[in-house]
Structures are given as C-alpha cells and as structure tokens.
Design a protein around this ligand. Structure first.
Ligand SMILES: [Fe+2]
Length: 269
C-alpha cells in the first residue's frame, strides 16, 4: 500500500529536523570557556497582553495533550508547523539558538523553561484580545497587509535548556503591526519570552530582529528606538542593543531554508 504523500513529507521533515537539531546544538558557544565573564544582563520588558493562557487563545494549539500542562507549555520549539495539520507556517524561517546564563557568574542554567510566543507573519496573535485593526497599509509601501490567523503557525513554543544551558527555537519572522494607526505607531517584529527556572521569579523580555535578509529590516530598525515597549522599559541605546538579534544565512550552507540568530539570555538567578 503506498504511503500517503503528506506522510512522506512529514517523515522527511522529521529526518531533516533531527540533523538540523544536531547542527544547531553543535554550533553553540559555551560561555564558561572564557576566563572572565563580562556581564551584560538581558533587560526586562513587559509581558504584553497576548501571553498564551488557557481560554484566551482563538485556536487552542496543544501538541502535548497533558491537561495538567498550561497551554503556554504544551508545544515544542519548532513553531513552523502544527503537528497533525498539513502545511507549514507563512513567513521567513529563522533559527534562534543560544544559552541561558546566570547574569552574575556567567554559569549556564540547566533545566530552565523558555516559553516563546509571537504574532504570525502578518502580525496577528492567536489570542482573543487581539481584535484590533485587521487590515492596515504598510507605512512605507502603502500595500495593504491583512492580519490573518495562520492555522499552520504554532504561535507559542517551549524549550528546556540542556546541562550547558543551551536552547533553540525554529520559527518565522513575526509581522510588525499597528498599535495606533492614527498616531502612526507600529511595533517592530519581535519575539516574546518568559523564562522559568528554580532560583528566581519568571524572567520576561522581548527580542527584536536585524539583518540584511530580514524582511522589512529597514522599517524595523526605524521603529525600534521609538517602540512603546522599549521606551516603557527605559532602555538606553546600549541596552536596546542587548535585545536585538542579528540574523544571517548559515555560512556552512547546512541550513539552506532559514536565517540563524544567536542569543544568550543573561538573567538573575
Ligand atoms: Fe507583541
């Protein structure tokens, strides 16, 4: 009996993923190999209104059916497809990898839980609270962007750090989105994080995108210094740099279908 084509595709995806995971993890730098640790703590930023809480989501994506798990922790670290659905997320694929480190000592924090969530490629959250302007004009080109729900985007994921404090995520570049069209206010593309670990309360922040290959890169860089969340957090230009991740094609060519960014979270323990 022939194997259905989507079965083959999914199996290929999984096989390829296994190779990519090995490659991603092997490329990590280990901070402890440096003699001195120059601490640059990751600045905190607000949680925002769209954290994935049970009951708030429009589309309850739960790849792990364990009912005791909060929905924010019920998915894996590849957000580019939803298990059991045919198709892949819209948008530009990116890999983010790095470590979670103790901001004082530079030591890796194992078993930290990273919850990451974001808008879709068109800037729409999977959250009932995201019911604002659904269509808007691109502030540079005037092209109408429709903030649509993407049923193939996983919207949130969870990674648990290794003994070396390592983590990785595969996702798409979220769309920038309007927060006040009349005032011309947009949020640049960003990823939200909540990091849970044993020794201290949850650490919450957001990371931004930069790179010649990132869609709308120039616009994103223009929006960053005036972003409401960045201003609200009181981030100086130096601290803003600490939450911007540079993405570039894989120089080895092993990952052909995405850009790679590296980021170490330095958090209080
Ligand atoms: Fe957001």
């Amino acid at each position: 009996m022939p194997i259905p084509s989507d079965h083959i595709t999914r199996r290929r995806v999984l096989t390829r993923s296994a190779g990519i995971v090995g490659f991603i993890m092997s490329g990590l730098l280990t901070h402890t190999s440096f003699a001195a640790f120059l601490s640059k703590p990751t600045p905190r930023q607000s949680l925002g209104p769209f954290f994935p809480d049970d009951g708030d989501e429009v589309d309850a994506i739960r790849e792990d059916p364990n009912p005791d798990l909060p929905i924010s922790q019920a998915n894996d670290q590849d957000l580019t497809f939803v298990k059991g659905r045919k198709g892949t997320a819209q948008g530009q694929v990116v890999y983010l990898r790095g470590q979670v480190l103790d901001a004082k000592t530079g030591q890796p924090i194992p078993n930290a839980v990273l919850i990451m969530w974001s808008a879709s490629a068109t800037g729409r959250y999977n959250h009932r609270g995201d019911d604002g302007t659904f269509n808007f004009a691109h502030p540079k080109t005037g092209v109408i962007i429709r903030r649509t729900h993407d049923e193939h985007f996983q919207y949130w994921g969870k990674a648990v750090t290794t003994e070396k404090g390592e983590y990785w995520f595969k996702t798409i570049v979220p769309g920038f989105y309007p927060i006040d069209l009349q005032a011309g206010l947009f949020r640049p593309s960003h990823l939200h994080f909540k990091i849970l670990q044993a020794k201290s309360p949850a650490f919450v922040t957001q990371l931004y995108f930069r790179g010649d290959h990132i869609q709308n890169n120039a616009l994103n860089q223009e929006l960053l210094p005036n972003d409401v969340v960045i201003l609200d957090a009181g981030l100086t230009p130096e601290k803003q740099e600490r939450v911007i991740v540079d993405y570039a094609p894989d120089p080895s060519g092993k990952i052909a279908n995405g850009l790679i960014g590296h980021y170490n979270f330095e958090i209080p323990s």
